[in-house]
Design a protein around this ligand. Structure first.
Ligand code: FAD
Length: 318
């Protein structure tokens, strides 16, 4: 079922969903199931699976020359989604990124998704490869999420890259995109970032999932600004509790967000990591209760494969 239908069917009640990473190559699907099992009692209508772009390694040849070789660290996001849907009878939402895909490879991935009964896709530009300083589009790939979105909406009309199949052979994906309450780090200002978010919605995105944030004021301002600018699709808050003290530095650095002083000081005053985790979870429970009151359509958790903190939070909220 489409995310938009899950949200409409909930008639204003806040839903719960979460996302995880495909396992490292060489591991089995069991790791994924172990990360999902503890959360199934809360009936998530959908589970997202992220996409991690391949990276490069340098292989040294006998003559001393170095060759740049692409390598993949994880099995396919689409395959992981299919396994989740098959086992749990729940919608799985693959993330589809621009980086690493030519347009033909994107089309092939979307054909596989449609064939497997996947109704939703979260369309993203993707992060830069670790070995690159900035995002570099793949030759004959897409530079921005909006370009990738155009390819999906074309397929939703039956227009494939090399043939127009007409509406009888069209795909029917419900498309989500990313939004940044505290601005995407590359954008010169919030207004410019908004302009491109609105472009994604105008081109056909039906829901937005936000970057994580720790201050609900930021979410409220973001939603208000979206509404004032004619962005009327559901805005799903992306959430992650702080579970260790190192995250006080790593989360702002990686995700370009602010941690409110009340939270950072509460964490700094903890004498051990167990207390840090409790403070982080308690903060997130309060944040979620307030988001529910504010009418957030879904509370979406970045579990990173660790379900326990999310389980405690959901028990505290619902
Ligand atoms: P875009 O919407 O393309 O925006 C990128 C930047 O370019 C922004 O600064 C924007 O303002 C600007 N921009 C947009 N369109 C244009 C244009 N036409 N012309 C000029 N500038 C433009 N990364 C992964 O690799 N895999 C994942 O699975 C993944 N999942 C994510 C899930 C969520 C909910 C979120 C919030 C992020 C996720 N990311 C993931 C990270 C994301 O890929 C990065 O934040 C990336 O840097 C931007 O992606 P985007 O889709 O927001 O890009």
């Amino acid at each position: 079922m489409k995310i938009i239908d899950h949200i409409n069917n909930a008639k204003g009640n806040t839903l719960f969903s979460f996302e995880l990473l495909p396992p490292i190559k060489g591991q089995s699907i069991k790791g994924i199931f172990d990360a999902i099992d503890p959360l199934m009692e809360f009936n998530p209508p959908f589970i997202d699976v992220t996409y991690l772009r391949e990276d490069y390694i340098y292989k040294q040849h006998a003559n001393g020359l170095l060759e740049k070789v692409a390598y993949r660290k994880r099995p396919s996001t689409v395959a992981t989604c299919a396994a989740i849907m098959n086992k749990y009878k729940v919608d799985a939402v693959p993330h589809l990124i621009c980086g690493g895909f030519t347009k033909d490879e994107t089309e092939n991935a979307l054909i596989d998704m449609q064939f497997l009964g996947i109704d939703n896709v979260l369309v993203l530009r993707g992060d830069a490869r670790k070995s690159d300083n900035a995002f570099i589009p793949t030759p004959d790939g897409h530079a921005y999420a909006s370009d990738l979105l155009n390819q999906v909406t074309d397929m939703n009309k039956g227009k494939y890259l090399h043939d127009d199949m007409g509406t009888s052979e069209r795909t029917d994906f419900c498309i989500g995109v990313a939004g940044y309450p505290e601005k995407h780090f590359e954008s010169p200002n919030l207004d410019t970032d908004f302009k491109y978010l609105k472009l994604k919605v105008d081109l056909g995105a039906e829901f937005i999932v936000t970057q994580m944030f720790f201050d609900n004021k930021k979410y409220k301002e973001f939603v208000d600004k979206c509404r004032a600018n004619g962005i009327n699709v559901p805005i799903i808050p992306g959430l992650k509790p702080i579970t260790n003290s190192k995250q006080l530095m790593s989360l702002p650095k990686v995700f370009h967000l602010d941690i409110p002083i009340e939270l950072s000081e509460a964490i700094q005053s903890c004498s051990n990591e167990k207390d840090v985790k409790s403070v982080g979870i308690e903060w997130m429970i309060n944040q979620c209760k307030e988001l529910k009151e504010m009418g957030a359509p879904v509370l979406h958790f970045y579990t990173m494969g660790n379900p326990e903190p999310t389980k405690k939070i959901i028990q505290g909220v619902f």
